[in-house]
Design a protein around this ligand. Sequence first.
Ligand code: KG4
Ligand code: ZN
Length: 349
Amino acid sequence: MANHDPVILGLETSCDETAAAVVSGSVVLSNIVQSQSDLHAPYGGVVPEVAARAHLAWLPPVIGEAVARAGLSGFEDIDLVAATRGPGLAGSLIAGFSAAKGLALRLDKPLVAVNHIEAHILSALLAPEVEVTAALFPALALVVSGGHTLLYRVAGVGEYSLLGRTLDDAAGEAFDKGASLLGLSYPGGGQISRLADDAPATGLRFPRGRPRAGNPALDGMQADLCWSFSGLKTSLKVHLEKNPPGERRALAEIAAAYQEAIVSSLISVCDRGLRRERSVLAGGGVLQNRLLRDRLAGWAHSRGIRACLAPREYCGDNAVMVAFAAALGRGDGRKEYLDMDIIPANYPF
Ligand code: KG4
Ligand code: ZN
């Protein structure tokens, strides 16, 4: 750890992971993520009230463990506290952001409020082989998670313009809803991908939905730089009604075709968005998907640009990316922060 880099305690509670991490510069000293997915699995999705209560219960032990594992002498070694301010579920955000305020107050250190989407974008720069220099920019950034599917043009760290997004389901939501139709438990993205690994090569192909120009939801964005995944889920439903899969092999074949439709649609939009960028930065829970990682890397190579993919351990929601965003100088850092509130939606960055 370089001596001059501040030691940053990060907290992340925007959805259903209770996470704390300690980072100094780009060195990760600890990373604790307590997933709540078992709590939400019986409901087939995240229940906001359950999530908020679980954050309240888990924050103290998760923070304590992050500090203990970081090899610090104690809380007094922390130079600043960074926390996710939004977007996300209001009750979940309040739990983590209030804890961060309390800690910063107790330690008499500044608080940095971080945008969750920006943290996912910057997580792409956490790979050890990536050096954050001007040579990476301009870049495209793809954020793919259970709640978001977004494409940005990035002039540099902190300079983003939105190019496109999904008009309905997020890519992770498409995976999860597809998984549920296939009888898999929530969250099903990883299970679809594991099933697909065993699939025989077949000709099954699901249609790729594309938003139409003139759709009011585009809100000024280009239709061909946006996604629509809701039709895909319907195609799967219809296919399953007509062809109930009897055995695992048939299920694997369907999972593979469904995964292929999502992944190829993500890559096609990136390709249409590419102008003079030198790299693609990608992050978010769905980037744990092996096919997506391979395809993004292959596509970037074919286009002569660099692929900066968030390391798998920092794809899902985590606090390392939040602390790292603060380490890069991003976020709203303040010494007087008690009146700062969460921003659950429409948080510009
Ligand atoms: O970023 P994340 O942890 O939470 C949100 O902010 O949404 O992303 C969770 C999403 C879920 O939809 C989950 O099914 C998906 O990421 N996911 C995957 C894989 N692993 C997680 N989707 C496809 N393939 C995977 N291997
Ligand atoms: Zn997220």
